[in-house]
Design a protein around this ligand. Structure first.
Ligand code: SAJ
Length: 434
């Protein structure tokens, strides 16, 4: 088959996954229509304005919009009718024990009602294993069209980590799983336009691969966090211990910290729990989730204990939170551990001020426009996110701004505790203790 059978594609959902995906496809000469229910996003795209913080993306967006290769609309029906392929990248949130597929189903309804001969439908959203074959396929076949004969269907799980979108879309390996060989072949063809590192499999395996990747990471971080709690108990620096353990050729322990946030690791493990319902040992995944969920609370305990040790309390004292984004160097606050930290400190009566150079969210804390403003007269500073700019704080300047007996609670192991002590701070860190 020639490389030109796909010229027009629709991307449904212009969020952290769909927007970069649409832009990268357009940058390879495909004509892309982005569809979203949010009129502000549609307007922004058509004006060439990028609304997510992603290196290289604003320039690329301007370029593809000005060349007429990308436009956005709220009219999914006509976009689907005019396309050879549809890529769906809508949220699939987890609520309680259940995965909410309502956004996916409403996108699929538009596809089903406008399906036509030869259309390739790709789901990038993370979904519980079995969804493509057991739910999506019969739903689309209600149109009277038959998969593998009249249209094609595949799951190509997104692997974008915010902050590295373009690189990951074009260079990181992608798993491509069709519901049958022809669907896989079609999906390989279109993704081959942006990435040469494609791995073919079937749809259910592709779904399973996605959730086991993120669950592996969550389990690994939970192990690191558990080690942090044990290390605090015995007075060992967990970061040094993990670094040394990782010199073993077959050990790769992740980093402990103030908690695990973001839209993926906080939910994908529950999809695997659901899939493995009644399988012996599946509770391991839930336990790991609860360890990671406990870490922001642990940070609050460290704040309380450390202030108590110098005769202060959390109540009415100023606590500066550095970082509200869920991970380093991104502007994304979704499921950020900072949320729990701030809410708990506020409920304890603290005066909480948050500073994040990229993320405007404060979760109810007062917003500081600068690091200086956050630190001025603070009793304690909490490092919630490991943004690079927080790694080399000028500790003398920090001390001058803060109140007497300044406290540092390092939730990310980014401040050298020896230096902090030399500079006269009372230092307490996750996995390091005091
Ligand atoms: N974190 C730690 N310790 C670590 C690594 C991360 O506490 O050693 C924390 C981070 O601070 C953050 C959270 O975990 O709060 C998630 O971090 P992440 O680096 O896993 O970031 P995500 O969620 O944006 O990206 C993950 C990636 N999955 C894997 O690496 C298996 C990415 O490749 C996926 O595309 C993405 O989830 C997704 O969309 O599923």
């Amino acid at each position: 088959m020639s490389n030109d059978s796909y010229n027009n594609i629709t991307v449904i959902g212009l969020g952290y996954v769909g927007l970069p995906t649409a832009i990268v496809f357009a940058s390879r000469g495909l004509r892309v229509v982005g569809v979203d229910v949010d009129v502000d996003k549609v307007k922004a795209v058509n004006e060439g304005k990028c609304y997510i913080r992603e290196p290289g993306l604003p320039e690329l967006l301007r370029d593809v919009v000005s060349r007429g290769l990308l436009r956005a609309t709220t009219d999914g029906a006509s976009a689907v009718r005019g396309s050879d392929a549809v890529v769906i990248a809508v949220p699939t949130p987890v609520k309680g024990d259940d995965v909410d597929l309502s956004y996916l189903m409403s996108a699929l309804k538009v596809v089903r009602d406008n399906i036509h001969e030869g259309l390739l439908v790709v789901i990038e959203s993370t979904i519980p294993p079995g969804t493509t074959v057991n739910i999506v396929k019969p739903f689309l076949e209600e149109s009277g069209y038959r998969v593998e004969e009249d249209f094609y269907l595949a799951h190509v799980p997104e692997r974008i980590a915010p902050g590295k979108a373009i690189e990951e879309l074009t260079r990181a390996s992608r798993v491509v799983g069709g519901v049958g060989p022809r669907s896989t072949e079609k999906a390989l063809e279109i993704y081959g336009r942006v990435n040469s590192n494609l791995l073919a499999t079937d749809a259910t395996t592709a779904e399973f691969v996605k959730v086991i990747e993120n669950t592996f990471r969550d389990l690994n971080i939970a192990y690191a966090n558990l080690l942090a709690l044990i290390a605090e108990k015995i007075g060992v620096d967990v970061f040094e211990a993990v670094r040394l353990a990782n010199t073993h050729p077959r050990v790769k322990i992740h980093l402990p910290g103030a908690g695990v946030g973001g839209p993926c690791l906080t939910k994908d493990p529950y999809m695997l729990v659901k899939t493995g319902e009644n399988v012996f040992g599946v509770d391991l995944i839930k336990l790991a989730r609860s360890i990671n969920d406990y870490m922001p609370k642990h940070v609050v305990e460290l704040v309380e204990k450390t202030l108590e040790s110098i005769g202060k309390s959390v109540k009415n004292n100023k606590i500066a939170i550095l970082g509200t984004a869920y991970k380093a160097d991104v502007d994304d606050p979704r499921e950020s551990p900072a949320k729990t930290i701030i809410k708990e400190l506020l409920s304890l009566g603290a005066k909480v001020v948050a500073y994040d150079p990229y993320c405007p969210e404060t979760f109810g804390a007062e917003r500081a426009e600068s690091l200086e403003e956050a630190l001025r007269d603070a009793d304690a500073v909490v490092i919630a996110t490991d943004h690079t700019v927080f790694r080399n704080l000028d500790l003398d300047a920090v001390k001058r701004l803060m109140k007497d007996k300044p406290v540092i609670i390092d939730g990310r192991g980014i401040i050298d505790y020896r230096k902090a002590r030399e500079h006269g701070f009372l230092y307490c860190g996750v996995g390091v203790g005091r």
